[in-house]
Every structure is written in C-alpha cells, then in structure tokens.
Write a protein that binds this ligand. Structure first.
Ligand SMILES: *Cc1c(COP(=O)(O)O)cnc(C)c1O
Length: 358
C-alpha cells in the first residue's frame, strides 16, 4: 500500500517532485557538465527561487553541500577562530556543539532539558564567543525558537556572527537575513525531496571572517568546501567540486512551486495544520503534546507522548496507510513525532488525526 509519510526527514515527497524528476531525466540533467552554461543556469535559477522564497539579500551567498551536518563543520571551521556559543536542548543542537569540540574550538554551552525551549531573556552570550549557534527547530524534541527572539539576540550581540540551523523547518521561519549572518537546511525535510543536498546561506561578514582566519591567523578553515572557495566559484554560479546537479535542479523547481503558492500561504497552512494537531493532542486522553510551553511548540515537527507504547500507535496508523516517526533516543517507545511539512495537506492531517483517534 502506498503510504503517506509524516516522518521528520526523510519525509513525504512533495507532490510535484515526480514530474520534475521526469523532466530532469528527459533533459539528461544527470549527464551535463558542471562547468557548462546549462549548469550555471540551473544554479542561478535555484539561487533566485530560494532568494525570493526566503527573502535573502545580495549580501548573502547560497551554497550547496552534501548535507546539513556538513554545514555544522563548515561554519565552525570558517567562522570561528577560538570560541563558539551553543544553545542546546536536544540531539541535533547537541551534535552541532559536539562538532565544535571535535574541531578543537572552545565551545560554550547553554543547555536546557529535552522538551524545553529558549527565550531571548534567558540567554547570556560570553564575551569572547565569536559565533552564536542556534537551532530554530530541535527535531528530536519538537521545540522551536521564535524568530523574534533570534533577531533580538543578534541585535544585542551585533558584533558576533549568528548562524541558524533551520534544517527541519525551512522555509517556515521568517528569518530576517538583514540581521542573520548564516542559516542552513537540507532538502529531505520540509522541501519534500530525497536526501542528498545541503544548502548553506552565508553573508559577506562570514566570508570576511573566513578570509581573515586564512590570511592572518594562519588557521585552517578546512580543505573541502571552504567558504572562500565556495564564494569564488559562486560568482559564476559554479561549485568547487562536482555537485549534485540533479538535486540542485529539483530544489529550484520545488522552490518555484512554493513561490507560486506564496510563502505567506505556506506559512499559514503550516500553522493551520499544526493548530489542528495540537488541538487534538491537547483534548485527547491517549496523547499529550510533549512540549508544554505554547510559544516553544514546533510548527513543523509535532511531538506527542503516547499512553500506549508508541509501537502500537505507529502500527495502527500504518495499517491505514500512514507513517509517523518514533520518539527520539530514550523517548523512542513513549513518543511519536509527526512532521508537518508542506508536502502533506490539511486533508491528510485530518485523516491522520482520525486514525490516531481510533
Ligand atoms: C536532520 C537534521 C540535521 C542533519 O541533517 P542531515 O541532512 O542529516 O545532515 C541537522 N539539524 C537538524 C535540526 C535536523 O533536523
């Protein structure tokens, strides 16, 4: 039986993906040179669609990597000489922090328990931290940080660079790139594509920092996909290494589809579906929303504590043709995670709620 995937990545494929994939095959995208005009046109198109979708100004470049976790390493290598600062409240934000330690950065940690979120007023950033590392949507626990709070943090610490992991929420968060220096995501979450491409948005200020580290501090910024190399190739819409041309093409097409609907509509639909899910969970005896504070509840990954073992719930919805995610880590058996990405419609969410009720 064909299933609807409510899993938080890989997730349900966006409905138009099949057609775009067919077109890409017909146009032999898989065989074109990444040094050809045809590729440069594809990169340029995807760049423009993402700029429109996320309101990215000319001060920022858009680069492609193998995955989002690759960007954790890239941004730490390129934007931190000594010290980074991390807000950690779950497994993904924790991994970002772990990467900093692995790269021998002095990583400051501000941690909250699983299921809790951060507010602007909670956060004190140490004086010498150069990069503030934030996770907009903590996929493991279903906690979100409000973009208003992210912007306030940057305004308070305007000399520091701010990078936002928006992997399991983009394009939902209305980040203001006139203040935010960098953000990144991968395509197998809310863009509804198979896994295999990371997208890194970084400002001129990030580039300046990387160049300074390279030239004057005699520090390595890595060898692969360094920001200065990515940027110099980006000027002609090329990439240092042979990229995932097919996925760059598909991403441009999906972003174009999102733009046709309009980002405001996509955000409203996301909020509408999230409202339906939380309302159901709040009223139900069999489930409860894991995240208690309304303002920290994720709009894109909804985590529920289940009365019954989560395996029973998962198999119940599976029989009706739907797949929901397990809880993360030690919550595997007591929670489910429901992705609320643009690929699933209001009707599909309604069907899921009906089945969860049974
Ligand atoms: C999935 C995810 C990542 C890692 O993405 P990959 O594409 O697997 O590298 C990082 N951060 C968050 C918040 C995620 O949900």
């Amino acid at each position: 039986m064909k299933q609807t995937y409510f899993t938080p990545g890989p997730a349900e494929l966006y409905p138009t993906l099949y057609q775009h994939l067919q077109t890409a095959m017909d146009e032999q995208i898989g065989s074109i040179s990444h040094r050809s005009q045809k590729f440069r046109d594809i990169y340029k198109f995807t760049d423009q669609q993402l700029r429109t979708l996320l309101t990215i100004p000319d001060t920022h470049g858009i680069f492609f990597t193998g995955s989002a976790s690759e960007v954790w390493e890239r941004v730490l290598f390129n934007c931190v000489e000594h010290e980074s600062f991390h807000l950690v409240n779950g497994s993904f934000s924790r991994k970002f922090y772990d990467y900093a330690n692995s790269l021998h950065k002095f990583a400051h940690l501000h941690e909250k328990p699983f299921g809790e979120g951060f507010d602007y007023a909670d956060v004190e950033v140490p004086e010498y931290a150069e990069l503030i590392c934030l996770t907009h949507n903590e996929t493991s626990s279903g906690v979100q940080m409000r973009t208003g709070d992210i912007h306030k943090l940057k305004r308070k610490y305007s000399k520091k660079l701010v990078v936002v992991d928006m992997v399991s929420s983009a394009p939902y968060p209305d980040l203001d790139f006139s203040v935010i220096d960098s953000a990144f995501f991968s395509v197998q979450k809310a863009f509804g594509m198979p896994a295999g491409l990371g997208v890194w948005i970084a400002s001129q200020a990030c580039l300046d920092k990387a160049e300074r580290l390279q030239k004057y501090e005699n520090l390595t910024v890595g060898a692969h996909n360094t920001l200065p190399t990515l940027w110099s190739h980006y000027k002609t819409f090329e990439t240092p290494a042979t990229p995932n041309v097919l996925f760059i093409y598909l991403l441009g097409k999906i972003a174009e589809d999102f733009n046709k609907i309009g980002i405001d509509t996509i955000r409203k639909q996301t909020e509408e579906k999230a409202r339906m899910l939380y309302k159901f969970l709040d009223a139900s005896d069999a489930y409860s929303p894991f995240v208690k504070q309304d303002r920290h509840r994720s709009q894109t990954v909804i985590v529920a504590t289940t009365q019954k073992p989560s395996a029973d719930v998962i198999s119940n919805v599976k029989q009706a043709g739907m797949v929901v995610g397990t809880g993360y880590g030690k919550f595997k058996e007591s929670q489910i995670r429901i992705a609320n990405f643009p690929a699933v419609s209001i009707e599909q969410v309604d069907t899921l709620i009906n089945q969860l009720q049974k």
